[in-house]
Design a protein around this ligand. Structure first.
Ligand SMILES: *Cc1c(COP(=O)(O)O)cnc(C)c1O
Length: 391
């Protein structure tokens, strides 16, 4: 059979209809499902047949979202979670036990740091951070009790890129589970399974929703691994609301066109910032000045929708910039139709120490811009006037 494109799959994956012959996916707001008879109820609970029982376990909207995500990421199975962090936590907690060790990239999301630094040590699960800039050190940090490698690429907010092909080989050589937070790239820009990842985790709150409406996440992977994650989720309850799953399924239909535009505009803004005399430095994966530019080109379709930069004058200048914005939102989210500026050091990564922030490239004056879908010129005009203090 002819292999369908990403865009077609994202739109046409859902082909089954109820007897109402609806064109758009119906919404199943129901906490439970009725049994045909006592025998069916018994068989469902005994896992002898598959089917929906209770929405904490599964629901047609969540199932449909996961089927689509699996098709787009190139894997078999998954679970939809109530937030990105529920996905990160479930993917780790379901597969780790007391005594295990996680090797993680130092460049991971702030709350992922809190799970590894603060919560897991209570359960005797330890961690070591490794630096993206020093790939040679990673193998020496693998210990006999290491079970999982957890990375984020591109990372939030430093936009560091990790070589997934190299890491996939390293994980397989040592029989470790490679877990990749693919939130910044989305399945449209990058498919970690193609490079050897065993789990892909998402915050669907960002570009997958793309319109700043829902908090959601997903854990995806092969059936054997997801079986464990599903067991954990079924009994601990991080289930995604079917309404949010329905919203996200519709969002996936436009993911490709949205990402093309986010990336095109982010690339342009990065080029504009790079030539601006008041800008100290700019980071964007598809700018030749990015330290892992070649790697980004190898494993990503486009550079992503996020640009970071630092103005000359450090934190004070950064603060002035944020306060001077007229159109861009000053908010802690990203991946929205609306362009958003964030100051990571005082917000999303404020729980880390100054030293921890500097180690992952979050300098005090760093500003992150999630470039939205407004007309490009309007975005640039606002950014320029906020930098220059006049219009
Ligand atoms: C936002 C984010 C998360 C957390 O997702 P939530 O949906 O906010 O729980 C995890 N990883 C990355 C890279 C993120 O940007």
């Amino acid at each position: 059979m002819r292999k369908k494109s990403f865009e077609t799959n994202a739109i046409r994956a859902q082909m089954s209809r109820t007897t109402n012959r609806e064109h758009s996916v119906p919404l199943y707001l129901t906490s439970s499902f009725v049994f045909e008879d006592a025998e069916q109820a018994r068989a469902l609970f005994a896992d002898e047949i598959s089917g929906n029982i209770y929405t904490r376990f599964s629901n047609p909207n969540n199932n449909e979202l996961i089927e689509k995500l699996c098709l787009l990421e190139g894997t078999e199975d998954g679970i939809a979670t109530a937030s990105g962090m529920a996905a990160m936590y479930s993917s780790m907690a379901a597969l780790l036990k007391s005594g295990d060790h996680v090797l993680a990239s130092r460049s991971v999301f702030g709350s992922t740091h809190q799970i590894l630094n603060t919560l897991f040590p209570r359960f005797n699960i330890s961690y070591t951070y490794a630096d993206i800039a020093d790939p040679a050190s990673w193998e020496s940090k693998i210990m006999p009790n290491t079970k999982m490698i957890f990375v984020e690429t591109p990372s939030n907010p430093a936009l560091d890129i990790i070589d997934l092909e190299w890491l996939g080989k390293l994980a397989n050589k040592h029989n470790l589970i490679l877990n990749v937070d693919n939130c910044f790239a989305t399945p449209y820009l990058q498919n970690p399974f193609a490079w050897g990842a065993h789990l892909v985790t998402h915050s669907a709150t960002k570009f997958i929703d793309g319109q700043g409406r829902v908090i959601a996440g997903a854990v995806l992977g092969k059936k054997e691994l997801i079986k464990e994650v599903r067991f954990f989720a079924r009994h601990t309850g991080p289930a995604l609301s079917p309404f949010n799953a329905w919203v996200l399924s519709k969002s996936l239909e436009t993911l490709a066109v949205r990402m093309d535009r986010h990336c095109e505009q982010a690339h342009k803004l990065a080029q504009f910032l790079e030539q601006h005399p008041d800008v100290e430095r700019v980071k964007y994966p598809f700018l030749p000045s990015h330290p892992q530019h070649a790697l980004a080109k190898k494993q990503m379709r486009l550079g992503g929708g996020v640009v970071t930069f630092e103005l000359k004058g450090g934190i004070e200048r950064g603060r002035k910039f944020l306060n001077a914005l007229k159109m861009l939102s000053h908010s802690a989210n990203l991946g929205d139709t609306r362009s958003i500026a964030t100051h990571p050091a005082s917000t999303t990564h404020s729980k880390l120490s100054e030293a921890e922030r500097l180690a992952v490239g979050i300098t005090p004056g760093l500003v992150r811009i999630s470039v939205g879908l407004e007309t490009y010129d309007d975005i640039q005009v606002d950014v320029r006037q906020a930098i220059e203090g006049k219009i």
